[in-house]
Design a protein. Structure first.
Length: 256
């Protein structure tokens, strides 16, 4: 079976000592592609270095994470735009909104969101949206920006079925990860009603490791663990889930 991890920070220091071994293990587990979201200017070199070393397996995005949107966010966005103009990336991401830690720069987050959506349209790229504790606000922000061509994924989806319906109606995918395996994560009530054609898989490594590794470092090698839980909830075979979610990811990123 072939799996794609659509969201993993495999370039971070948490993998500095065993990244090569992890990527070999991923290959053994059938995780053939790992899409890497950028965070801000401090992560670009690390990410591109990993892509350079593992070009067929690790693929870069370019964007500004909402938690990195501060007073100087225009400078950060200048770096993002500069890189998007230089070379091809898989997506504009990771971008979006976040109301979990700090609401101080909410207006700046919304402005950064709109600007990055504009670049996605300009460069014909999908967007990878972070929306921690801000799903409804992000849907409201995104709706007036839709043009019939804009595509993307709500990464780390953990919302309700009603929110899922709104997202998929806009033509966006739902990124499912380790939260799907959490006993009190709530997705066990939502996933059975989701259409497989709207789903992609992710780990968000090194964060949000699935059960039975919860609380430890997450890794792209755990995609099959996440998939097993989703297949169980959807009452489908792992082969069917692999086939459909892989095709969805290829369609999302327009790559084979």
């Amino acid at each position: 079976m072939n799996w794609i991890d659509t969201h993993a920070h495999i370039y971070l220091d948490e993998f500095s000592t065993d990244r090569h071994d992890i990527l070999n293990l991923c290959s053994d587990e059938g995780v053939t592609k790992i899409y890497m979201p950028n965070i801000d200017h401090t992560s670009i070199d690390l990410m591109l270095e990993v892509e350079l070393r593992y070009p067929t397996q690790c693929i870069s995005m370019m964007g500004l994470h909402p938690c990195s949107v501060k007073k100087d966010f225009e400078k950060e966005l200048y770096r993002v735009e500069e890189w998007l103009s230089k070379r091809k990336f898989a997506a504009v991401g990771e971008m979006g909104t976040d109301l979990h830690w700090d609401k101080t720069f909410w207006e700046q987050q919304k402005e950064a969101f709109r600007i990055q959506v504009g670049w996605a349209k300009k460069f014909n790229l999908p967007i990878v949206i972070h929306c921690r504790e801000s799903i409804d606000e992000t849907i409201e922000l995104l709706e007036p920006l839709l043009d019939g061509k804009l595509k993307g994924v709500f990464h780390c989806f953990s919302g309700s079925f009603e929110q899922a319906k709104k997202i998929t109606a806009m033509g966006f995918y739902l990124g499912l990860g380790g939260v799907a395996t959490f006993k009190n994560g709530g997705l066990d009530k939502v996933i059975p009603d989701l259409d497989l054609d709207n789903l992609v898989l992710e780990t968000d490594s090194p964060y949000l490791a699935p059960v039975p590794h919860r609380g430890k470092r997450n890794s792209p090698e755990y995609i099959p663990l996440i998939a097993t839980k989703i297949a169980e909830l959807k009452k489908v075979t792992l082969q069917e889930l692999s086939s459909i979610t892989t095709a969805n990811a290829i369609r999302l990123f327009k790559q084979s």
